[in-house]
Write a protein that binds this ligand. Structure first.
Ligand code: FES
Length: 74
């Protein structure tokens, strides 16, 4: 599984670094690859995170774990 977090300035200002921290923690439990991505072009809806090719909007450090777990089939 591949998770890509938007590193664009809008998502960065909304706290994408905290989302990355949370995902790094989760990687200790779940095997997935974590990458940074360029702006998804949906800045007003950020933070944007792509999981298995599907772009999620409105992601934050609280809901990201649930999103990734769901995509993992948990
Ligand atoms: S900065 Fe994240 S979608 Fe544009």
């Amino acid at each position: 599984m591949i998770v890509r977090v938007c590193m664009g300035s809008s998502c960065h200002l909304k706290g994408s670094a905290k989302v990355v921290d949370k995902l790094r923690e989760l990687q200790k439990e779940l095997p997935f690859k974590l990458y940074g991505a360029l702006c998804f072009g949906r800045c007003t809806e950020g933070i944007c995170v792509e999981v298995n090719g599907k772009v999620y909007t409105g992601v934050n450090s609280e809901n990201v774990v649930e999103i990734v777990r769901k995509e993992c089939g948990e």
